[in-house]
Write a protein that binds this ligand. Structure first.
Ligand SMILES: Cc1cc2nc3c(=O)[nH]c(=O)nc-3n(C[C@H](O)[C@H](O)[C@H](O)COP(=O)(O)OP(=O)(O)OC[C@H]3O[C@@H](n4cnc5c(N)ncnc54)[C@H](O)[C@@H]3O)c2cc1C
Length: 439
């Protein structure tokens, strides 16, 4: 860093929030300092200068990752002060949203809605930054819907040399530029495909027979645009809840196990017994896409707060085996568990995407906030699901020491080459990425 251009020290960090730890509190960042540049030019100078001094740099999003993916021993960059706004751009292929990387989906979605636009899907929470979510291949549910990164059609980033580089769909490097784990540079803007706005009806079923849900899992997952099955294995004969989010302009057919049971006549929380105030409206309530696709309201603390998470991605063919396999190890899993969620995500071709080349069924776990106990259960889950070559969520906990990819899962060679080319001095490296990405 040169004395001429000292980056502004973040003046607006919420004093109630400790920026030195992640949202869950299980990761204390090793960063020596945290800065919030006031413009892209200031960011360029900061990165070039840190890079020249051999200092590591990493962009930090909204800190919702449970893994150390966002950590650095150098400079943490908060991109929320760059002075960029959400904009809408008409292109030959359709309207795109031009979004600051540091903006959250909770900030972006209402602007799109005002323009009569929507995104194809959202995660369980809108609190996360767009760049952070896309960098880790964050996803919602929907067998025909790709992860949030699949909405991206261009990325603009500041590289280690301090250059602003834009990588577009169709460019040779695009497959590595979106799910980048923060290893290529600091993303300043992303261009997201949009579609005309739509409404979604959210309906929840409670306590359905587990054997019926397991046997009909394929039909359950296509019973709406976005479906989640939750269970805590407290009663292995019943799943806790099934959440169906259905676009009203594209109604789906309910699986027999849903059609033959009445939906809940009260709102519920995904974690059994938790107050549902933080959840989005249910009981067949229709509302705009961004107020139904996430499980949690933007205005509330998502999920439980005191928790850990892990997640594995399996080929869709594993779906019927998921509940029986996990039920068989429920003595190990259940004591550490708050809730397990099954979702579906469509295949994509992004080099580091866990959905790369594979339509996926996704097994998510919200654990009690006891790392040692959770890790025992996570290992048991990953071992039990090993026959289906699970891939892990980059932003969550895993028992895998190295982020070892099953053969051919990722295009690691291309990603390592891209890292070496855009970041030859390793400015954006951390302990995890790209060092522990091995094939
Ligand atoms: C309660 C809760 C619910 C969740 N639900 C889901 C879910 O439904 N689906 C799902 O898939 N995941 C889910 N997650 C995980 C979460 O979506 C991911 O961890 C995601 O990365 C969080 O985004 P973030 O902005 O907090 O990123 P961070 O954790 O801050 O950073 C993640 C990565 O992105 C990089 N990054 C951030 N900003 C930039 C930038 N501007 N330029 C370059 N790189 C950048 C960081 O360097 C890091 O490598 C959930 C997490 C929580 C806490």
């Amino acid at each position: 860093m040169t004395a001429d251009h000292p980056p502004s020290v973040d003046p607006a960090v919420d004093p109630a929030v400790d920026p030195a730890v992640n949202w869950a509190g299980n990761v204390t960042y090793a960063a020596r300092r945290r800065v919030r540049p006031g413009s892209v030019a200031e960011l360029q100078r900061l990165v070039a200068s840190a890079s020249a001094d051999g200092e590591h740099v990493r962009a930090l999003g909204s800190r919702h990752s449970f893994s150390r993916v966002a950590d650095t021993d150098g400079v943490h960059v908060d991109t929320r002060g760059l002075g960029l706004a959400v904009e809408v751009e008409d292109r030959p292929g359709g309207t795109v949203a031009v979004v600051p990387g540091g903006a959250t989906y909770a900030e972006v979605a209402p602007v799109l809605q005002e323009h009569g636009l929507a995104l194809h899907n959202l995660a369980s929470l809108p609190h996360i930054s767009v760049a952070g979510a896309c960098a880790t291949s964050t996803h919602g549910s929907g067998p025909s819907l790709g992860s949030l990164a699949t909405a991206v059609c261009a990325v603009e980033l500041v590289t280690a040399a301090g250059d602003v580089v834009r990588i577009e769909e169709g460019d040779a490097d695009f497959g590595g530029a979106v799910v980048s784990l923060g290893a290529l540079g600091v993303v300043t803007r992303m261009w997201l495909r949009t579609e005309p706005t739509y409404d979604v009806r959210q309906t929840v079923w409670v306590g359905l027979p587990a054997d019926e849900v397991a046997a009909q899992l394929g039909e359950v997952m296509t019973s709406g645009t976005s479906v989640s099955v939750f269970t805590d294995f407290a009663d292995p004969t019943r799943v806790s809840t099934v959440w169906v989010k259905d676009r009203v302009d594209r109604p789906s057919t309910l699986a027999p196990c849903l059609a033959s049971h009445r939906p809940a006549d009260h709102d519920v929380h995904p974690v059994p017994g938790v107050d549902p105030t933080a959840t989005t409206p249910q009981q067949g309530s229709v509302g705009p896409w961004h107020e139904r696709l996430p499980h949690f309201r933007a205005s509330h603390v998502p999920s439980v707060g005191d928790e850990l998470q892990s997640e594995v991605f399996l080929p869709r063919a594993a779906a019927p085996h998921l509940l029986p396999t996990l039920t068989a190890i429920s003595d190990t899993v259940a004591p550490a568990l708050l809730v397990h969620e099954i979702r579906a995500v469509a295949a994509d071709d992004l080099w580091l995407s866990p959905m790369r080349g594979r339509d996926s069924v996704v097994a998510h776990f919200t654990w009690k906030p006891d790392v040692a106990r959770a890790m025992v259960a996570i290992r048991a889950v990953e071992d039990a699901l090993a026959p289906w070559e699970p891939r892990v969520h980059w932003g969550k906990l895993t028992a895998t020491e190295e982020l070892r990819a099953p053969d051919g899962a990722y295009d690691l060679a291309a990603f390592h080459e891209l890292c070496a080319r855009l970041d030859p001095g390793g400015t954006f490296r951390n302990d995890l990425v790209p060092a522990r990405l091995v094939g």
